[in-house]
Ligand binder design. Structure first.
Ligand code: ADP
Length: 465
């Protein structure tokens, strides 16, 4: 199938050829004919599937003189991107686009809106302009792009209100990567007899791997790592770091904290490398700390947890790293520490994975879990004759409570310590991610280097039971 198979205006076909669009993507193949027919559409599709062309091309093709289209997008970044893409397609039609978002001049935007066929706007600013009566538009086509994103960002009420200002005689299209209940309900109220289109996303990561991420500040990395290890209690795990220096640093830090941990990186001589790998394979090491390069080709089974001490910069490395766990049908867990500076890498990884935001367990949570584990063990233990004799003997010196406490101390050593609370709550993390998206990463760039941040040094000398 080619774009010529659709009944698009020649100006568009010529342009598509020029910019190298040959084959329609799956969403385009399904959506373009339906939109050309004039039907409303609900399309479930991820970013990067070619949504912009899927709605942009048929609308540009159908648009008569004097008609307008309104696209509503969650973020400024996306608004600009969509606007540019539409403008690119519309070159030989002489299409004008206006991009409308908060934080830029009203006067300029209003003027552009009046002169443009395509208006691409974020909900807040658009509603603001509509309510104040500064613009009066009657779009013939309304497109909601990334509707679930807008829901997550708290724009649902704004969107409902925006629809009070647009004529009911219109064609409406709704795009969303997921279809939560509020979006389905919205679709019912704003769309007429829509055609449903679903494009399943190519999820790259393995189903057996549970993927979580935790939002922290830079100075919390080590504390967060230890806390998560204390809580998850991995029997065999890999901690991925970006640099050799980090590898040495974290391996020392974890050994100091009482774990069987060793580093692996390219500067180590071959014998030492092989020794470390053998120890890890034979379960003499609990934790392997490694760079991506050093871990390349490392073939070890039964890795229960993969930790990303830093997020890798590209999604491919992420997929590669976490693929070390969850092998041979076994369950695996991938845990990533993310600071606001890494939100961009995070958003790329989110597109190809099923990574979920979590909160770092508190000290209390760790204790609760430990007690649970001890309780399970105690329940299953049959007292031996020797144990009974020892306790009877000990009772000559101590009372039972003291004996129990001392024995427990011997067995379980000193465990989790550190601050009660590490990292951001889910709510706070969501707010930060959203703000970052809205600002198009400006906060991230501005705050770089602005804060020294202290490196939390832990008091060493922990032993494990
Ligand atoms: P989405 O809106 O779904 O995130 P985009 O519309 O931005 O995706 O498309 C992603 C990229 O793919 C853009 O750079 C776009 O120009 C390009 N693209 C979309 N459709 C095609 C196609 N049929 N052939 C070639 N490139 C395409």
């Amino acid at each position: 199938m080619t774009f010529k198979d659709f009944n698009l205006k020649p100006e568009l076909l010529r342009r598509l050829e020029e910019i190298g669009f040959e084959k329609p993507s799956p969403i385009q193949e399904k959506a373009i004919p339906v939109i050309l027919e004039g039907r409303d559409v609900v399309a479930q599709a991820q970013t990067g599937t070619g949504k912009t062309a899927a709605f942009g091309l048929p609308i540009l093709s159908k648009m008569k003189k004097g008609e307008k289209a309104l696209v509503i997008t969650p973020t400024r970044e996306l608004a600009i991107q969509v606007s540019e893409e539409i403008f690119r397609f519309g070159k030989y039609l002489g299409t004008h686009t206006a991009t409308v978002y908060g934080g830029s001049s009203y006067a300029r935007q209003i003027k552009h809106i009046e002169n443009s066929e395509f208006i691409v706007a974020t909900p807040g600013r658009l509603l603001d302009l509509l309510k104040s009566g500064r613009i009066d538009i009657a779009p013939n086509y309304v497109i909601l792009d990334e509707a679930d994103e807008m829901l997550d960002m708290g724009f649902l009420d704004d969107i409902k209100e925006i629809f009070k200002f647009v004529p009911s005689d219109r064609q409406t299209l709704l795009f969303s990567a997921t279809m939560p209940e509020p979006i389905k309900n919205l679709a019912k109220t704003i769309l007429k007899d829509p055609e449903f289109i679903t494009i399943t996303k190519k999820q790259v990561t393995n189903e057996n791997i549970t993927e979580n991420f935790y939002v922290i500040d830079e100075y919390e990395r080590k504390d967060a790592l230890i806390r998560l290890i204390d809580y998850k209690n991995p029997s065999k795990s890999i901690v991925f770091c970006r640099t050799k220096k980090d590898v040495d640093d974290i391996a020392d830090f974890l050994s100091g904290a009482g774990f069987e941990a060793k580093g692996l990186h390219g500067d180590m001589d071959q014998r030492k490398r092989e020794e470390v790998i053998r120890a890890f394979k034979n379960d003499r090491l609990e934790i392997l700390v490694a760079t991506d390069v050093a871990a390349r080709g490392l073939d070890v089974n039964n890795v229960t947890h993969v930790f990303n001490y830093h997020l890798p910069l590209d999604p491919e490395s992420y997929v590669h790293r976490i693929g070390r766990t969850g092998r041979a049908g076994k369950e695996g867990m991938a845990i990533s520490l993310v600071t606001p500076h890494e939100f961009r890498a995070l958003s790329r990884i989110q597109k190809i994975s099923k990574i979920v935001l979590k909160e770092i367990p508190s000290l209390e949570d760790v204790k609760d879990k430990e007690i649970q584990k001890i309780l399970e063990k105690i329940t299953n233990v049959e007292p031996t004759k020797k144990a009974i004799e020892i306790i009877e003997e000990l009772q000559n010196e101590y009372d039972l409570m003291t004996i129990a406490t001392k024995l427990a101390t011997m067995m379980f050593a000193k465990d989790a310590d550190g601050k009660e609370k590490i990292g951001k709550s889910v709510k706070e993390a969501k707010r930060l991610i959203e703000r970052d998206r809205n600002s198009g990463g400006r906060d991230r760039r501005n705050s770089r280097n602005s804060r020294g941040g202290f490196r939390g040094r832990r008091s060493g000398g922990r032993r494990r039971g």
